[in-house]
Design a protein around this ligand. Structure first.
Ligand SMILES: [Zn+2]
Length: 196
């Protein structure tokens, strides 16, 4: 039986690398895969999933308006693939997570989602909250804090290196950097007043 998977992590844990490796494992066995990634500029169409270690694969971009059930069903009509991979799954709408659940249940195709669990203020992304509620299986893609403990949180720093304590959940194209930390050191960085 096909399943809906959610592979979650904090920033810079190698999510895209893990996605591309899993896709490669299918292709190495002669099975095709269908990759989807979020469009940051409202334009669906051709895109790419790239990892920090230098590998990449073509992907189809989705926006918040994309019906993922229709998109995947149409793609299946012309192409046979064994698994669907979704990158940047934190940007899915709850409706889109339901569409992916229907792909799994009604089209019997496994869907592997990869995304961030929480934003820089410690709040769950809507897509991730829906996946945490609905996925059949969840796995954590792990990385570590500077102290060596597992990093589960992330801070966003501006161009001057100051930790941001408010702001939009999604910020594309700025000079900000993200640093993954364990919860204790995230609290120390952001302060308990901001951390609620
Ligand atoms: Zn730490």
């Amino acid at each position: 039986m096909a399943k809906l998977y959610f592979n979650y992590s904090t920033m810079n844990a190698g999510k895209s690398t893990a996605l591309l490796q899993a896709s490669y494992n299918y292709r190495e066995r002669g099975m095709d895969t269908f990759l989807l990634t979020a469009a940051f500029d409202d334009r669906a169409g051709a895109g790419k999933i790239a990892s920090r270690i230098g590998i990449s694969q073509d992907a189809t971009r989705y926006t918040k308006e994309t019906d993922l059930f229709d998109t995947i069903q149409s793609a299946l009509a012309s192409d046979e693939f064994a698994c669907v991979f979704i990158d940047e799954a934190q940007f899915l709408t709850p409706d889109q997570v339901w569409q992916l659940a229907r792909v799994v249940d009604d089209l019997n195709v496994p869907v592997m989602c990869y995304g961030l669990r929480v934003d820089f203020l410690g709040h769950a992304f809507p897509g991730s909250a829906a996946l945490l509620a609905m996925a059949d299986e969840m796995r954590e893609v792990k990385t570590i804090c500077w102290c060596g403990k597992k990093a589960t949180m992330v801070v966003r720093k501006d161009a001057k290196g100051n930790v941001q304590k408010s702001g939009d959940q999604i910020l594309i194209g700025g000079n900000d950097t993200y640093v993954s930390l364990c919860r204790k050191h995230w609290r120390a960085a952001i302060g308990d007043d901001a951390a609620h």
